[in-house]
Design a protein around this ligand. Structure first.
Ligand code: FEO
Ligand code: CA
Ligand code: CA
Length: 634
């Protein structure tokens, strides 16, 4: 009861964000965001008018309770249908999904990939009823991929695992008011772990990227472990290679590992993936440089099914989560990126050249030239509820800040290939696992999930600043405001938008979380993020779903919506058993929300979405609409 009273008071956080939002708008911060949003601006103002006309709050839906059911739970008036699931045949001649686990790599390469993650929606410019979607397929679950349910036992089985990861490009059409997948579209395409890609940018061709199969270091086989994504203003898709190191191992006993291999987390036994005994490409003992050819951001043109995807080395090599696009006041492209590992960093890239909005094709190589920066945060003011402080971006430029041959960096290519080591040299701030980053369409503030970090407080990771809790099991959402509201600025102010926690179990301790967390909306491990055009912040979780102990009362993974101005957070959706909720995209009219249900039944206990007797669960993209056809979330 005391908690209820507590939660109904306007909090310091609410006052703070309310004030800061007014200040931004007063300062004309909309200009940068407005220029960047381009075509969506009209939609936003229409939407804002609709919200005002109805005199409804930003969050206009009824909150759903935490749940543990094997289904998608939504507020009253909302409905979900499956857009596409793992194994869906893409082409007219594709084989049907075979749940036995006996299908081979060739069959899977003709089907929608496994474990969908980040995704973007690309409308056809001349037909509002058609669009393409590019959707990441992050990894696979051997429990369901193979008939034997265990580690791969042959080169053919490794090939099959590679064939279900990567990216799927699909066409969708609106039919009868619902967006539907179009089997047989000539745009449908898989880019997977065996597909041809190329390198570009400063590290392309470098000796560290050369292998026996590719002596020039320019052509690379495959993209895999594709976590989240980005969408450029020139109409291309960015897919981010995350846990690539886990795919590698060493067959040579006592293989010595160098500093970079250790820092990127290579373990000779491979981490639960075990491709290296069967495919020498993944054996660092036999193909040491293959490891350097992954961990990049890849750019794909979804409208050209024959295009070769490009690994953009100027954006640095690390365990990329997603890529959030913005624009400097001068018109240069900005890409914000997190490196998802305990104690790793937040980066941004600023292009050398300006975006050419009139001629999208002129931006084809924009991401090959520019400067990569890493973030340094100060210790902040230590406020118990909503700490805030300042920070700066430091350039990862060869020859500056000690990034020279004496420190192990012979060139800019080596700075980028070993970005983690270079950023350490620059004393970047070690963060609580940076996951997604998004930019507010209203005021240009940048939000980043710091999902959790049980090692905070040890291992050279001091408690404080934007990482305020030791043994952080819940996570927080960091936000920063670029100086003068210019994404080109090298200084910023930060605060924590929410510190997740459990007020029902840990009242009176830092594990309670910030005051905008209540017993009704609590969650852990924020991961995916998305903004709609009205400025609702959508939060997707990938957390502990045991519903006991620290996590009692939180239920399955979920999606929430927040009002950045008031700090209010409301639970919108709960996913099925064992899933992660990840990947978010809206249609331009904001009447359909696509959300990803990844790895339902990760450790069993789910038959989502088909609920067949003895059925296997299948990762799926859901299309969520309102029964009355209204705006999602309003
Ligand atoms: Fe693929 Fe860090 O999540
Ligand atoms: Ca994630
Ligand atoms: Ca995660």
């Amino acid at each position: 009861m005391e908690q209820y009273q507590d939660d109904q008071q306007p909090t310091d956080l609410e006052r703070y964000v309310g004030l800061s939002r007014r200040r931004f708008i007063g300062a004309g911060a909309l200009c940068g965001a407005a220029m960047f949003m381009g075509g969506s601006l009209l939609t936003r103002s229409t939407l804002a008018q609709a919200v005002e006309a109805a005199n409804s709050p930003l969050l206009g839906f009824d909150a759903v309770a935490a749940a543990t059911a094997d289904t998608v739970t939504l507020p009253p008036g909302y409905q979900a249908q499956v857009l596409i699931s793992w194994g869906q045949p893409l082409h007219a001649h594709s084989p049907a999904f075979d749940p036995s686990g006996r299908a081979d790599a060739e069959a899977h390469a003709l089907q929608f990939g496994d474990n969908n993650d980040g995704m973007s929606f690309f409308p056809f410019p001349d037909d509002p009823e058609r669009a393409l979607m590019a959707i990441n397929n992050e990894y696979t679950n051997y429990r369901y991929l193979y008939e034997h349910g265990g580690m791969p036992l042959s080169a053919a089985e490794v090939h099959k695992a590679l064939a279900v990861e990567g990216v799927s490009v699909i066409e969708v059409r609106r039919q009868g008011g619902q967006w539907q997948f179009v089997q047989g579209s000539p745009y449908n395409r898989r880019i997977h772990g065996n597909s041809p890609l190329r390198f570009s940018g400063p590290a392309a061709g470098h000796a560290l990227l050369q292998t026996k199969a590719d002596p020039k270091g320019l052509d690379v086989l495959g993209t895999f472990q594709n976590c989240a994504n980005g969408k450029t203003p020139w109409g291309t898709y960015l897919t981010c290679e995350e846990n690539f190191t886990d795919c590698f191992g060493c067959t040579q006993a006592n293989q010595p590992l160098d500093a970079a291999q250790k820092r990127y987390g290579l373990t000779p036994a491979s981490k639960d993936i075990n491709w290296h005994p069967h495919d020498e490409r993944f054996d660092v003992s036999r193909t040491p440089n293959e490891l350097n050819r992954h961990g990049w951001v890849v750019e794909i043109d979804p409208f050209d099914p024959k295009s070769v995807p490009v690994k953009r080395t100027a954006l640095g090599r690390f365990k990329h989560e997603n890529a959030a696009l913005a624009q400097t006041r001068e018109g240069h492209a900005v890409v914000y990126m997190g490196d998802d590992e305990r104690g790793e960093f937040i980066y941004k890239f600023i292009s050398r050249d300006r975006i050419d909005h009139a001629n999208p094709k002129a931006n084809r190589d924009l991401l090959d030239h520019g400067t990569l920066y890493v973030a340094r945060f100060d210790g902040g003011d230590g406020h118990p509820d909503h700490p805030k402080g300042t920070g700066e971006w430091v350039a990862l430029t060869h020859g500056q800040g000690g990034l020279d041959a004496a420190a192990g960096f012979a060139s800019q290519a080596e700075v980028l290939i070993h970005a983690r080591l270079a950023a350490t040299q620059l004393k970047a701030t070690r963060m609580d696992r940076p996951e997604w980053i998004v930019v507010s369409p209203l005021d240009g503030q940048v939000y980043c999930t710091l999902t959790n970090n049980i090692k905070r407080g040890e291992d050279g990771q001091p408690v404080g600043g934007p990482n305020p809790r030791e043994k952080n099991v819940y996570g927080q959402i960091l936000r920063w405001k670029p100086q003068a509201d210019d994404h080109g600025a090298l200084a910023f102010e930060w605060d924590l938008f929410v510190v997740a926690g459990n007020p029902a179990v840990h009242a009176g301790s830092p594990k309670r979380g910030s005051s905008n967390v209540t017993a009704q909306n609590m969650f852990n491990s924020p991961d995916g993020l998305g903004f709609d055009a009205a400025g609702r912040l959508w939060i997707l979780t990938d957390g502990d779903m045991s519903n006991t102990g620290d996590f009692a009362g939180m239920g399955n993974n979920q999606m929430l919506a927040a009002d950045p101005a008031t700090g209010e957070i409301r639970r919108f959706m709960v996913g099925p058993v064992g899933c992660e909720v990840t990947g978010i995209a809206f249609t331009p009219d904001y009447r359909t929300l696509f959300v990803g249900i990844q790895h339902p039944g990760e450790t069993g206990g789910s038959t989502f979405p088909e609920h067949l007797p003895n059925g296997k669960p299948r990762s799926s993209v859901m299309a969520i609409t309102r029964a009355d056809g209204g705006l999602i979330g309003a």
